[in-house]
Structures are given as structure tokens and as C-alpha cells.
Design a protein around this ligand. Structure first.
Ligand SMILES: Nc1ncnc2c1ncn2[C@@H]1O[C@H](COP(=O)(O)OP(=O)(O)O)[C@@H](O)[C@H]1O
Ligand SMILES: [Mg+2]
Length: 370
């Protein structure tokens, strides 16, 4: 079995390090403080939250992910499905169903798990006042058994039509439930900051900030090396450094590279450059169709800029070296291309400059558009 996991959250024996952050988060939970976690995508925010909660064992979790919500109606439905799932796990499902007669819930069986599933009448529109009712249900659930509310990809609140008033209403409800700890997470840093740190946002200073950086080499490498050793692969510290750099040091991406390296090697192998090359080929082959279709939609200028970013890095995209590689004499044109590439979510901007969203795509561009 491949011991490296990426893509979904990791907890328990698959969770590495972060002892002090876990303690800090647990203390906030115990004192009913709301927390907002900041950090780039795939650094390990969601895993940290669930590991911290799981180790405490005394709480139930109401968890929802706001990805793709577009209206207050879908926001309310996410809350209700999350409540249904949680109550089902606690054995209070029937009672929960009876508590929301106005939403005309019906029960069906999930075809995959065989568990009862809740469906709500989609012709009943849910509004801001429904949110108030929903929070009443959450408080009632909390009285039955203590709970924590985890709202992930929270920046999607900004995509709701009339988002300011939706955010204000949610804020008011959260404020009226001081007995329940709320944890907010999200992967688009500047949007999360817009919600929690701009003065005119209803959530201004509504939660204690917790910054989650990628796991450091010194904390993460020994954990990964031990897993390679358990499968009799010999990896030197130098090769491990190489893997971290290929993965842009991002926790989840490092695991993804290790997974591929494991998959392309055998017990007894001493990992060298050729093994790493084979792992990169495997990673590229899994995504090549999507890479080709992305590139087909770009202008030749955008492809040149992408190639410069892959080869040189995005700290100083208007410096001579970058412009030369991008085959451009016009700084504003380069910046325009970068803006467009960010808009279609191929790259993103960080404090250390522009980066590829997907490190495997960077390697593909390096290979085919050097
Ligand atoms: N503490 C950790 N130990 C080991 N791997 C981790 C840890 N945290 C995150 N990862 C890796 O990163 C991936 C993404 O983690 P996740 O918590 O979903 O990140 P985020 O919520 O920041 O996008 C996981 O699938 C796993 O491969
Ligand atoms: Mg997450």
C-alpha cells in the first residue's frame, strides 16, 4: 500500500507535526473563541482543524464547505444538510426531521451507503430569516451535545448575490451563539482577509487569526523518509530536498510527489535522478489532457509568460531576465498576461511573487515550452 496520501484531509497516524498549532487551536476551542485559519491551498489547514478536534473527542462537528454557493438559499441548504448528517451520526435524525416541517423534508436512502438521506423541498425558497431559524436548530443541537462549527472555503460567501447583507446576517447569527466555537477556513488568502480584516466588513475582527504555513522540511522530511524506509526505498536527504523544491514546498504537493515516487519504484531501490524523472512523467501523464486543453486556450504571449514563470520563477516578472524569456519588451503586457492567467486560476500571487497553482503543470510547461 502506498503510504503517501494527498487530495483529502489527513488525520491520526497520517498527520505529521504541528503540535503547537494544534494546542493553540484547541485552547481557542475550549474558550469558545472563533478562529479563522489563513494559508495557501494544500498547506494543510483543513487537516489541522480536524486533527485538533479529533484529538479532543468531546465535541461533535458541524462541518460545511461553501465551495460553489451562489445564493443565501444554497448557503441555508448546506447548513441543513450538514445538520442532517451530524444528527444522523448522533442518532437524532428522526427528531431533526420533525423539527423542520416547514421545509417539507423527505427521506430517501443513499444509493451508495444505504444510509437515510434528507431531501428538502426545493420550491421553498430559503432566505436570511431561514438562517435565523437554522441557527436556532444549531443551538438546540449544541444543547444536546457540545459542538464545533467548521465552515471551509468561507471566501465563497463573497460570491453570493448581495453578499454584504448575507455576510452581515451570518455574522449576527454567529455573534448570538457565543457558546459555540466557529472555525472559518479558506484557501484564497486575499479574499479571506477582505472578510476578516477590512474595516467595513461585518466579520472585521470576528475571529482570532491562525496562520498555517507549509510543514517545514525539518518537521516533514523525517516523517516522509520513515515511510520510504518502511517500503525499503532509500532516499537521501539531498533527493528529499529536491522533491520539496519540485513541489514548491507545499505540504500536499510534497506528498503527491512522494506518492508518485513510491509508485514508480521497487523495494531496494536507491532513489536517484532517474527515479525522480520517472515520477514526474507519471504525474504529468495523469494530467496531460487537461494541460493540453488549458494551453490550447491561451494566446502565444500568455504561453511565453507561463514559460518564463516556469523557468525563472515569479518574484520579479518585470525584470530583464523574465521579460527576455517571455520574449516581451513591454512590462504592462507581461503583467496583463499574468493577470489573465490568474483569472483562469492557473497561477496565483503570493508574498513571494507569482506561482503556479499546480506544480506538475509547471514541470509540463518546462518540458514542452522551455
Ligand atoms: N499535518 C500533515 N501531515 C502530513 N500531510 C499533510 C498534513 N497536512 C496536510 N497534509 C497534506 O496536504 C494535503 C492537503 O491538506 P488539506 O488539509 O486539505 O489542505 P488545505 O485545507 O490547506 O487545502 C493532504 O492531503 C496531505 O497530503
Ligand atoms: Mg481545505
Amino acid at each position: 500500500m502506498n503510504p503517501f496520501h494527498y487530495g483529502s484531509i489527513v488525520i491520526g497516524k497520517d498527520f505529521c507535526g504541528r503540535e503547537s498549532l494544534i494546542k493553540e487551536l484547541q485552547q481557542h476551542i475550549d474558550s469558545c473563541q472563533n478562529v479563522v485559519t489563513y494559508g495557501e491551498r494544500r498547506v494543510g489547514k483543513t487537516s489541522l482543524i480536524f486533527e485538533a478536534i479529533q484529538r479532543k473527542k468531546t465535541y461533535r462537528v458541524l462541518r460545511l464547505d461553501l465551495m460553489n454557493i451562489k445564493s443565501i438559499d444554497t448557503l441555508c441548504r448546506k447548513f441543513l444538510y450538514a445538520l442532517g448528517t451530524m444528527e444522523q451520526e448522533s442518532g437524532f435524525f428522526e427528531r431533526f426531521i420533525k423539527s423542520i416541517p416547514s421545509l417539507r423534508p423527505t427521506l430517501s436512502l443513499d444509493p451508495v451507503t444505504g444510509m437515510p438521506m434528507i431531501s428538502l423541498d426545493s420550491t421553498v425558497p430559503l432566505t436570511e430569516s431561514s438562517l435565523q431559524e437554522i441557527f436556532g436548530l444549531i443551538k438546540k443541537a449544541h444543547k444536546n451535545k457540545r459542538l464545533i462549527v467548521v465552515i471551509d472555503e468561507f471566501q465563497a460567501m463573497l460570491d453570493i448575490k448581495d453578499s454584504h447583507s448575507a455576510i452581515a446576517e451570518l455574522r449576527a447569527q454567529v455573534q448570538h451563539a457565543p457558546e459555540i466555537p466557529f472555525i472559518f477556513a479558506g484557501s484564497i488568502r486575499h479574499q479571506m482577509e477582505e472578510i476578516f480584516t477590512s474595516h467595513d466588513s461585518p466579520f472585521f475582527k470576528a475571529a482570532i487569526p491562525l496562520s498555517v504555513s507549509p510543514l517545514s522540511f525539518s518537521e516533514f522530511a523525517p516523517f516522509l523518509l520513515k515511510r520510504f524506509r518502511s517500503g525499503k526505498r532509500i532516499v537521501s536527504e539531498e533527493q528529499m530536498t529536491n522533491i520539496f523544491s519540485l513541489a514548491g514546498e507545499i505540504t500536499g504537493d510534497v506528498q503527491q510527489f512522494c506518492e508518485a515516487l513510491w509508485a514508480t519504484t521497487e523495494p531496494g531501490d536507491e532513489i536517484g535522478q532517474s527515479h525522480i524523472g520517472a515520477a514526474i512523467e507519471l504525474l504529468i501523464s495523469r494530467e496531460v489532457l487537461s494541460f493540453q486543453s488549458i494551453l490550447a486556450k491561451l494566446t502565444s504571449n500568455q504561453v511565453r509568460v507561463l514559460s518564463a514563470l516556469a523557468a525563472i520563477g515569479g518574484e520579479k516578472p518585470t525584470a530583464k531576465k523574465f521579460m527576455k524569456h517571455a520574449d516581451s519588451r513591454n512590462a504592462s503586457a507581461v503583467l496583463k498576461s499574468l493577470g489573465r492567467l490568474a483569472q483562469i486560476k492557473i497561477i496565483y500571487q503570493t508574498d513571494q511573487g507569482w506561482k503556479f497553482m499546480n506544480p506538475v503543470f509547471r514541470l509540463y510547461v518546462l518540458q514542452y515550452f522551455p
